[in-house]
Design a binder for this molecule. Structure first.
Ligand code: 3EB
Length: 337
């Protein structure tokens, strides 16, 4: 299995031969191309910032043949022991389901469907999840929507007899201006190794100040593929312990977020099987809440990351109202011998 991430403009789809080996991916930005790829693709409509392109396509390539399907609305494909899938659910279809808010119900349902698919495919280990939904800081049913999502997600883990602490997937949960609940995921046969950050309380142990249920994600995971290893660093923000630090200061939040990523990478390097990971060999997605902070955020990124580092910035909402940005990162290393 060879899986690697490439970023290209949406006009440049891989040719037919190459496309036969695309496991899946995402399109970010404004979708100005009507080309719909054959593979599962997560659509993230968040304005891209800092490059000339208005949109970008990310692709996971596979060197082995894949099989694809659609199960309960999940578009998925699997290559060897890796499965990538995308599900979009319209919350409106979940209104009036008893006590639960539509978003909570939709979140629980999406994860329940994912777990059923993974069990049916014999690839039960969820490694990485990308969560997007509208109005993440909005309040309804007496609770912030991100907190509603956390209840639905955790309930699905528990109902599907999965642990909601410890070896849980890496993730991000990001707010968009509109659109459905959109969840993409990568899973495998073997568990990934969960990595925590010594500078932060594990998210699954957050106190109740941040909502009735803790978020279900780990700070990073190391996933093993034949001959390769992927480091997925979860969405990382300016949080020390469990508290937001540098409220109102985007540059300082960016430096703190990078310090957190550096600490997670250090922790991963104590457990990884490949050569050590460095900050410059990660590919980044940076979500910035306010366009007016973009210049300061880019300066802070440039202080710490080399000029050649692969970074995509986009405008999106972060799950705590006082967080101005969040940074996530991915790297793939070959294993020696
Ligand atoms: C944090 O550290 C910031 O709920 O899946 C980062 C990554 C965050 C993932 C999630 C939330 C999630 O708490 C927020």
């Amino acid at each position: 299995m060879l899986a690697f991430l490439t970023r290209l403009s949406p006009g440049d789809l891989p040719d037919a031969g190459e496309a036969g080996c695309v496991l899946g991916g995402a399109v970010l930005g404004q979708l100005d191309s009507d080309v719909v790829p054959a593979w599962p693709e997560q659509r993230i409509f968040a304005p891209l910032e800092g490059s000339t392109a208005t949109s970008l396509r990310e692709i996971w390539h596979s060197a082995v043949p894949y099989t694809a399907g659609n199960s309960e609305g999940i578009a998925w494909s699997r290559a060897g022991g890796i499965l990538y899938g995308v599900i979009e659910l319209d919350e409106a279809a979940f209104s009036g389901v008893g006590e639960r808010s539509p978003l909570q119900a939709a979140s629980q349902e999406a994860y329940a469907r994912i777990f059923r698919l993974l069990d049916a495919q014999g690839l039960p280990q969820l490694w990485r999840v990308w969560n997007y939904f509208a109005d993440i800081n909005g309040e309804s049913h007496g609770l912030e929507r991100y907190r509603q999502f956390n209840i639905g997600r955790q309930d699905a883990f528990l109902a599907c007899a999965r642990r909601a602490t410890g070896n849980v997937p890496a993730a991000c949960a990001i707010g968009l201006a509109g659109g459905p609940l959109s969840i993409a995921f990568m899973a495998g046969e073997q568990p990934a190794t969960a990595i925590e950050n010594p500078r932060q309380v594990s998210a699954y142990d957050y106190p109740a100040d941040y909502g009735p249920r803790s978020p279900t994600f780990s700070r990073a995971v190391l996933a093993a593929l034949p001959g390769q290893e992927i480091l997925f660093v979860s969405g990382t923000a300016s949080i020390v312990g469990h508290r937001t630090v540098h409220a109102g200061d985007a540059a300082a939040q960016c430096r703190e977020g990078l310090a957190n990523i550096a600490a997670v990478v250090d922790a991963a390097n104590r457990q990884c099987r490949s050569a050590a990971y460095t900050l410059d060999d990660l590919s980044y997605r940076v979500y910035v809440r306010h366009v007016s902070d973009l210049g300061r955020v880019k300066e802070a990124l440039a202080e710490r990351l080399g000029a050649a580092t692969d970074i995509v910035c986009m405008l999106a909402d972060i799950c705590r109202a006082d967080l101005l940005l969040e940074i996530e990162a991915t790297a793939i290393h070959a294993l020696a011998g």
